[in-house]
Design a protein around this ligand. Sequence first.
Ligand SMILES: Nc1nc2c(ncn2[C@@H]2O[C@H](COP(=O)(O)OP(=O)(O)OP(=O)(O)O)[C@@H](O)[C@H]2O)c(=O)[nH]1
Ligand SMILES: [Mg+2]
Length: 218
Amino acid sequence: MSPETERDGRAGVIIAGGHSTRFGDDDKAVADLAGTPMLRRVVDRLEPVVDEIVVNCRDEQVPAIREALEGGPEASVAVDPVPDRGPMAGIMTGLRDAASEYAVVVACDMPFVDPDLVDHLFERAAGCEAAVPRLEDQWFQTTQAVYRTEAMVDACERALERGERRIVEPLLELDYVVVDEKEVREYASLETFENVNTREEFAAALDRLADERDGIGD
Ligand SMILES: Nc1nc2c(ncn2[C@@H]2O[C@H](COP(=O)(O)OP(=O)(O)OP(=O)(O)O)[C@@H](O)[C@H]2O)c(=O)[nH]1
Ligand SMILES: [Mg+2]
């Protein structure tokens, strides 16, 4: 028998442990975006393509996050043992709580994440340790990427020990594949990567949702 735990399945790990400083006084994770907390939109979009959902946050966010998750798909909450160590530490916390072999990591501020792309990223990651989108002239989309859970946890631990904070540090240690812009566009429009940092971007997201409701756009 293998000494390692046999894992299979797919997790969705949403990181929400930041302070939303560009957003202002409120926590953007639970900000009401056209009637639905932003984080809950991400949960709802991932639910059809994953087997379990984990939401990572700081301890004091838990009550509001649980409220935002109420009535939705089952999701567990993974609290950072040490807060404010950056999104990579949040990824490590969330992945540690996931039981699945692979996990898609998505930031809580990406309300337009496309399940078709996520599904494709899981397929591309099979047999290796990560599948990460990279658009032309842009950096890796590390907060909308699939990782092999155990491999990424170990790589994050090593990176944090070295004093690194960037998500790309553990990624580059893994056996990863890049999903380029052309390939992304076969599955999703680039709005999948749109992230909401400011009040202006929040207003733009509201406009986009209104257009979608009215059947405008693609
Ligand atoms: N667990 C954890 N998550 C974080 C941390 N910093 C950022 N994040 C998450 O990483 C994602 C991307 O970060 P940002 O868009 O910069 O979010 P943010 O740090 O809350 O916002 P700003 O303060 O405006 O930069 C978001 O989903 C954040 O919640 C952190 O220190 N710990
Ligand atoms: Mg952001």
